[in-house]
Design a protein around this ligand. Structure first.
Ligand SMILES: Cc1ncc(COP(=O)(O)O)c(C=O)c1O
Length: 386
């Protein structure tokens, strides 16, 4: 099966990396960093970009800037990568886990409303797999209750709602450029924001408490060092040139694949609100119904050469960490169902050529036929997306 590998690089990455190597600045003050911050923030329809060494510290930085800490609660979805919740705990606040919607895998705004208390200070909204969540409704809830809305847009480079890009709705949006992401430098992250004061504080904290235009050895805040290297910026600039074309290819392939699988009723693909005008398709998510064994289905796909992950093994609050760490858990029946019946294909599958997409459809069709509960052992075929 001719499925592209990920990450991908060509002469362009090598050219920009060589420029860094031959320069006297390999660290966080090379002009490539400023160039990438400006270009990526503008692409996400935001005025400022503050890069950092991954998409976990960018979330932590945002909570720090917002002054969130002990006694505060932050609402997070029960389904996400662990960082969405762990950063809340790391700043001493309490994550409040709420359920997701059954079709979109994204946080359910009605469940967010139910979870509000006088201690609630913020909501972290994840655009899961690249499909934007109900961002306008969440914005409305946050406005009504004086809460900060932080977008965890780790999956959502290029994601768009009515022509407006992810990260530009909340006070800030946090992106990850980790190895498996659609824009990657192995590790990396960025906060985007259009709030001048937020940007100034975030940039200062991430750069040892310095202030723009002031002396290098004057530190105005107790900051830290989250700067990326010029090597990361060089790779990101090159990757960024390909992103629009890759999004277009994945979008076309999702249409083709779903069309070819139209008659396979046992699969319900992730739905997105009608207002979504672009999805980068970091993940192609689905749920299996009827008598299909999800783990058997994933095993048949993997054996057939189609990488497939049988979703997360548990909700965020069922991680061992949250047996100890303080949290509040709202009822999450949908999240628990998804743990049993959902799966995803990574975005590299969607970069394949048309013939390969047709072969993939055949493997999926056969898997849906073959994975009846009685026939296939329930063994997970997990392929982590890292
Ligand atoms: C939803 C979500 N948030 C945050 C992160 C953390 O990003 P990073 O791995 O760059 O720290 C990830 C990483 O996969 C993620 O999927």
């Amino acid at each position: 099966m001719n499925i592209p590998c990920w990450p991908q690089a060509d002469e362009r990455e090598a050219e920009l990396l060589r420029m860094v190597l031959e320069s006297p600045q390999w660290g966080g003050f090379h002009p490539f960093i400023d160039e990438f911050e400006r270009s990526f923030a503008a692409y996400q329809h935001s005025s400022h970009g503050i890069s950092a060494f991954n998409g976990t510290v960018t979330l932590e930085l945002a909570l720090d800037v917002l002054g969130i800490g002990p006694t505060d609660e932050v609402i997070v979805p029960a389904i996400s990568f662990v960082s969405t919740a762990a950063v809340v705990s790391r700043v001493g606040a309490t994550p409040v886990f709420v359920d997701i919607e059954p079709r979109s895998f994204n946080v359910d705004p009605a469940r967010v409303r139910e979870a509000l208390t006088p201690r609630t200070k913020a909501v972290i909204a994840v655009h899961f797999g690249g499909a934007m969540c109900e961002i306008e409704e969440l914005n409305q809830i946050c406005r009504e209750h004086g809460l900060a809305l932080l977008e965890d847009a780790a999956h959502a480079q290029g994601a768009e709602w009515s022509g407006r890009r992810a990260g530009s709705f909340g006070i800030a949006g946090s992106f990850s450029f980790q190895n498996g992401k659609v824009l990657s430098s192995g590790e990396g992250g960025m906060l985007v924001t259009s709030d001048e004061g937020f940007a100034e504080r975030a940039r200062s904290i991430a750069n040892c408490g310095r202030q723009a235009g002031r002396s290098f050895y004057e530190h105005y805040r107790v900051g830290t060092n989250f700067r990326i290297t010029a090597f990361q910026a060089a790779v990101l600039l090159a990757q960024f040139e390909r992103l629009p074309e890759q999004i277009a290819r994945r979008t076309a392939n999702v249409k083709l694949l779903k069309g070819l699988l139209d008659e396979v009723r046992q699969i319900t693909w992730q739905e997105q609100p009608a207002a979504v005008t672009q999805n980068p398709f970091y993940l192609l998510l689905g749920r299996l119904g009827g008598s299909i064994s999800r783990d058997g289905f994933c095993r048949i796909l993997s054996d057939g050469g189609v990488p497939c992950t049988p979703f997360y093994p548990h909700t965020l609050y069922e991680n061992p960490a949250y047996r100890e760490a303080a949290c509040r858990v709202m009822p999450c029946p949908v999240a628990k169902d998804c743990i049993r019946d959902a799966f995803w294909l990574p975005h590299r599958v969607l970069l394949a050529d048309e013939d390969t997409i047709r072969q993939i459809a055949e493997v999926i069709r056969n898997a849906a036929r073959g994975a009846q509960r009685s026939g296939v052992p329930e063994v997970a075929a997990a392929e982590p997306i890292r």
